[in-house]
Design a protein around this ligand. Structure first.
Ligand code: CAO
Length: 475
């Protein structure tokens, strides 16, 4: 009894102390407010109507191909005004690559450059440089992914840009960070290979494999976007811009970090969750390719489903998560495996994974991948159907969430694009079609930079924003 009293006494003291410190916090908060910490009062507008997350941020977008454009497209979806600078007459090389509709921008370009404005400027023309100088003064971020040294060769060194606009953030994607390969040009699969992804992807018996997900380009674009937003946040405190650099090799390695984890584990013994352990195949010095093994601690494999003979995507990824082992045994008709010492524990199962998955596959092959999905999820077994791009394109739920969006384009008509995979409750994504080459040149010159009509006419004849007239050159 006395103990209980003591405990109660202690508890009320704790409560009193908590109340006191809560009062302190409230006091502190109101005093910061009184001091004017710069934060506005919470908006009273309904969620989704208080503007977009990056509204007011202006991006000078010098990106091309894939890595840079994915970054600036994401920032545009979040509300930034992205002004894409392209070479007059040519534009981003992807406009014409993998073209499916004659004379229309390719899907390669349109799906990476939505919600942006396009201005054509020859950065090597003196008048072009004048326009760029004006843009630098009024933009918040310059994003580029030229080959190493190209931006400097244009005259846009960090020192130059920083002097013109000390608030400017200069964000770059390069293939490699400082080191022996820093001057190399890099494309997606080079990064996948150099970042450790390819050596750990594929089957043990086969060569290294690259993956379809663009972890080198789009993955690095994502990293860069985070760097930019962080630099914008820091600028609120410091008032100055900074350089942001994302090397594609680093981005891929960041995404492949579990394999660097396994490399270090190898020093302490075999990787028991890799199926090669159960098969008795010894490990070498480096992390091997693990086929469809799970990268985590829950053994898993890809299994055939009904129709696999004719449908290359009739497969399901099946995870034998330990807590639902009993449910798996019941489903596949092996209830004795729940108590059999050879199968009852995760450790006992490790050397028998091949046999176990073969047995589960006997069951999955009697069902479609969607039936397996329904049956397994009803009892909390994590499984994943192999969805083809056709199935994804037609998926109603992805359309509803805005992850897959149909937009209309003046020269190619309707096309599907991937919307914003990041959902903000107060900032609806702005997913619009990509711009035509130079579509906004005049609009930006007049409305953003304040050039008069006669000045624009003069710039046009100078050749700074228009492609050289080929017929004149021939004559
Ligand atoms: N006006 C005038 N010149 C322009 C211009 C403009 N508006 N825009 C670009 N240019 C010029 C640049 O000044 C540069 O010229 P110089 O080399 O003579 O200085 C040139 O166009 C751009 O060159 P680049 O070397 O970047 O382009 P590339 O096609 O030869 O290489 C790539 C492409 C991707 C390999 C290279 O840019 C690169 O390694 N980028 C960094 C890594 C990266 O982002 N890779 C992802 C690519 S997507 O898979």
């Amino acid at each position: 009894m006395a103990n209980k009293k003591q405990k109660n006494g202690k508890a009320s003291k704790v409560r009193a102390a908590a109340k006191k410190s809560a009062r302190k916090v409230v006091k502190l908060a109101s005093s910061t407010k009184a001091n004017g910490n710069g934060l506005p009062k919470p908006s009273s507008k309904p969620y989704g109507q208080a503007g977009l997350a990056l509204q007011g941020v202006r991006i000078l977008d010098f990106t091309h191909v894939q890595s840079g454009p994915t970054c600036t497209q994401l920032l545009a979806y979040m509300g930034a005004d992205v002004i894409k600078v392209e070479r007059p007459g040519a534009g981003d090389i992807t406009r014409g690559q993998l073209r499916d509709v004659p004379n229309a921008d390719s899907l390669y370009f349109t799906m990476l450059n939505g919600t942006k404005r396009s201005i054509t400027i020859d950065s090597k023309h003196p008048k072009g440089m004048d326009i760029l100088n004006r843009l630098i003064k009024i933009c918040d971020v310059l994003v580029e992914n030229f080959a190493p040294g190209a931006l400097d060769r244009m005259g846009l060194t960090w020192e130059y840009v920083h002097k013109l606009n000390p608030r400017m953030i200069v964000a770059s994607v390069k293939g490699f960070g400082p080191g022996p390969y820093e001057d190399c040009k890099v494309y997606e699969n080079v990064a996948q290979c150099a970042g450790g992804a390819a050596s750990t992807t594929g089957f043990r018996e086969g060569p290294p494999l690259v993956t379809g997900a663009q972890i080198g380009d789009s993955g690095t674009g994502l990293h860069l976007a985070l760097g930019i937003v962080s630099a914008l946040y820091q600028r609120n405190r410091t008032g100055r811009g900074q350089k942001v650099l994302c090397a594609m090799q680093d981005g891929v390695l960041n995404l492949a970090r579990v394999k660097l984890r396994d490399q270090q584990r190898l020093a302490h013994g075999p990787l028991t969750e890799y199926s090669q352990f159960g098969e008795g195949v010894p490990f070498g010095k480096a992390v091997p390719r693990a086929g469809n093994d799970s990268g985590g601690g829950q053994p898993a494999w890809l299994l055939k489903c009904k129709g696999w003979e004719s449908d290359p995507d009739a497969y399901i990824y099946f995870i034998t998560q330990a807590p639902v082992w009993g449910a798996i045994c019941d489903l596949i008709g092996e209830p004795t495996w729940k108590t059999d010492p050879d199968y009852a524990t995760p450790k006992a199962r490790l050397p028998r994974l091949k046999k176990i998955f073969a047995r589960i596959e006997d069951w999955t092959m009697t069902k479609t991948k969607f039936e397996v999905m329904d049956i397994c999820n009803a009892v909390d077994i994590p499984v994943g159907p192999i969805l083809s791009m056709k199935e994804i394109a037609e998926d109603e739920s992805l359309r509803k969430t805005g992850t897959v969006v149909e937009v209309d384009h003046p020269t190619r008509g309707k096309y599907l694009t991937v919307g914003n995979p990041i959902k903000l409750s107060d900032s609806p994504a702005r997913v619009e079609r990509s711009p035509l080459l130079g579509e906004h040149t005049e609009e930006i010159l007049s409305k953003v930079l304040g050039y008069s009509a006669s000045q624009i006419a003069e710039i046009k004849t100078s050749g700074a924003i228009t492609a050289p007239d080929k017929s004149k050159a021939a004559a």
